[in-house]
Design a protein around this ligand. Sequence first.
Ligand SMILES: *[C@@H]1O[C@H](CO)[C@@H](O)[C@H](O)[C@H]1NC(C)=O
Ligand SMILES: *[C@@H]1O[C@H](CO)[C@@H](O)[C@H](O)[C@H]1NC(C)=O
Ligand SMILES: *[C@@H]1O[C@H](CO)[C@@H](O)[C@H](O)[C@H]1NC(C)=O
Ligand SMILES: *[C@@H]1O[C@H](CO)[C@@H](O)[C@H](O)[C@H]1NC(C)=O
Ligand SMILES: *[C@@H]1O[C@H](CO)[C@@H](O)[C@H](O)[C@H]1NC(C)=O
Ligand SMILES: *[C@@H]1O[C@H](CO)[C@@H](O)[C@H](O)[C@H]1NC(C)=O
Ligand SMILES: *[C@@H]1O[C@H](CO)[C@@H](O)[C@H](O)[C@H]1NC(C)=O
Ligand SMILES: *[C@@H]1O[C@H](CO)[C@@H](O)[C@H](O)[C@H]1NC(C)=O
Ligand SMILES: *[C@@H]1O[C@H](CO)[C@@H](O)[C@H](O)[C@H]1NC(C)=O
Ligand SMILES: *[C@@H]1O[C@H](CO)[C@@H](O)[C@H](O)[C@H]1NC(C)=O
Length: 549
Amino acid sequence: MLYPVLFLLTFCGFFCLESRAADAQQWRSRSIYQIVTDRFALPDVSDGTAYNIPCNTSALQHCGGTWRGIIDHLDYIQGMGFDAIWISPPFANVEGSTPYGEAYHGYWPQDLTSLNPHFGTVNDLKNLSASLHSRGMYLMLDVVVNHMVSPRPFNITAIQLALGNTTQVVKNTTEMYPFTDLSDFHELCWINDYTNQTEVEQCWLGNEEMPWADVDTENPAVMGTLNDWISDVISDFSVDGLRLSTVKYVAQDFWQTFTSQAEVFTIGEVFSDDANYTSPYTQVMNAVLDYPTWFELVPAFLSPRGNFSALVDAVQQSQELYTSGSFMTGSFLENHDQPRFASLTNDTALLANAMVWPFIHDGIPILYYGQEQGLSGGESPSNQEALWQTRYDIEDPHYIMVTSLNQARKAAIDSEKYFLTTPMQFLDANEGNTLAVSKPPVLALFTNAGSSSATSVRWNVTHPIFKSREQLVDVLTCRNYLSGENGGVSIQSDEGMPKVLMPISSIQGSPQLCPQSVDISSAKRAAGLAVSWLSITPYFLVAVAVALA
Ligand SMILES: *[C@@H]1O[C@H](CO)[C@@H](O)[C@H](O)[C@H]1NC(C)=O
Ligand SMILES: *[C@@H]1O[C@H](CO)[C@@H](O)[C@H](O)[C@H]1NC(C)=O
Ligand SMILES: *[C@@H]1O[C@H](CO)[C@@H](O)[C@H](O)[C@H]1NC(C)=O
Ligand SMILES: *[C@@H]1O[C@H](CO)[C@@H](O)[C@H](O)[C@H]1NC(C)=O
Ligand SMILES: *[C@@H]1O[C@H](CO)[C@@H](O)[C@H](O)[C@H]1NC(C)=O
Ligand SMILES: *[C@@H]1O[C@H](CO)[C@@H](O)[C@H](O)[C@H]1NC(C)=O
Ligand SMILES: *[C@@H]1O[C@H](CO)[C@@H](O)[C@H](O)[C@H]1NC(C)=O
Ligand SMILES: *[C@@H]1O[C@H](CO)[C@@H](O)[C@H](O)[C@H]1NC(C)=O
Ligand SMILES: *[C@@H]1O[C@H](CO)[C@@H](O)[C@H](O)[C@H]1NC(C)=O
Ligand SMILES: *[C@@H]1O[C@H](CO)[C@@H](O)[C@H](O)[C@H]1NC(C)=O
């Protein structure tokens, strides 16, 4: 009797997992496009004139983007090869003007029990979820539970009164939902000492002008409410994953139960350059956004003086310290909180090198909307541009490059079953200003020499990465190369541009990627053109047809 029961359990285990929302293993191969809903797409745009609707980022006001707008532009996102989106927090925020502008970004929740009416209705968000799922894409919601913002007044005397540490309590309910009780919040104190973790967790962010009421996430009643809330949100909107905001301001014990209640994949924002500090959080959630590496990534690629050793050290630390190595960490170059890379340099070769990085990293690549259009806003709020003003140009070279990078990663996953479980490795490339990263079947060659470097850069990788005399393709240019006798490569950079090399044999199953890179030698060996014609793509046929016409 035991065996059939076990069998049924296993059977159910497998299928129940399939039907449930997505877990970490299912996210592992994904590629995420990060959206600030208010800035990504306007709803019901039927003609191009709406693309001229202005959005003044400095004005700190809503610009009109909605979930319907996202639904209408899923082709644009999927066309780049993304199979998941992360949207900015969807819950109702404090309305109207504050000393810091309007809550267009969604990070000032006032009512967790309602959606933000600026972004659409319950049906719109359900519809976005359903539309994503019908395309095989995932939905990740951004959630903020550390704090809430009261609709009024932004006045510390009033807040202190509201929190009841004086005898003159005027009002005993907050206007923040579902936490209307004063005891649902920590007593007021400001975070002054960021090295005191108790203070970081229990005191308040914000300031006297604009206090962020710190939810008492250690209070069992509050925990229970939030745990039930997130379960409902996930099932109501068929959510596949959560991006957890302001993680370090909440005790780890809270996250432990919250994430196990959520069941879906969880990835946290722990803002720190120190993997020793961020790594314990990988025990209470699936992964963290890889901030420690990001802190080294940007300066490493910003100039020829950038320090690749420091970047390598950061990666190796996360590989060592995180619960799942650096697998499933969020690997990013830009986000809504940081200046865009293109605001820091005008050198297109440096930008190209930095853009490749998240896609050849162990983690899950995350691209911040607008990078694919070459947007160059600096510090927040300048980095939250309205994407409609770019007209969603799918011929923009950045868009094309991102598409190739996503396709290359998928091709690597499809052709090498260990790609997603093999840690990235750093190889000696024999020259300053170069970095060689091996993650079979990919060899990525980076340089921070820049586009105008006087001396030409050559990567000389002697390590036997490929087969002897194997045909390779640089998926960024679709140019072909041959590995050396010993399987290494010696390749010169074109004006500081990076290379992403893959054996041609490993991209044969990915018809959209460099369609003209047919492995001539194997086609010849297969005796005759007919075979090679069958193995190449419709795109190539189109190209040939165009060439003939
Ligand atoms: C944008 O908003 C800022 C801040 O309100 C204002 O100073 C500036 O004049 C505005 N720019 C335009 C072009 O309206
Ligand atoms: C989503 O909205 C579209 C257009 O309004 C509608 O045709 C479709 O049925 C909706 N889908 C779901 C799952 O709600
Ligand atoms: C702040 O709030 C308190 C209590 O409601 C009120 O007495 C005081 O006038 C307010 N101060 C300002 C500057 O609005
Ligand atoms: C209220 O709490 C704050 C911060 O803990 C403290 O500075 C202030 O003195 C308290 N006010 C009263 C009247 O107790
Ligand atoms: C405020 O409400 C809480 C619970 O609802 C109660 O315990 C507390 O005594 C009230 N405080 C005042 C000053 O009324
Ligand atoms: C840390 O902060 C807490 C809360 O403000 C305080 O009680 C404690 O004394 C602080 N610890 C140190 C070592 O300063
Ligand atoms: C993390 O801790 C290890 C071991 O204590 C130490 O060697 C390393 O330098 C620390 N890393 C950082 C970034 O502080
Ligand atoms: C580069 O980073 C490494 C490792 O973090 C460090 O030891 C070295 O001093 C740095 N080099 C420069 C020039 O800053
Ligand atoms: C990039 O070029 C623009 C236009 O020439 C200039 O205004 C800007 O300062 C440059 N940015 C950097 C980071 O050099
Ligand atoms: C590459 O490195 C090898 C071993 O150090 C050396 O023999 C060879 O000359 C180098 N090739 C080039 C083109 O620099």
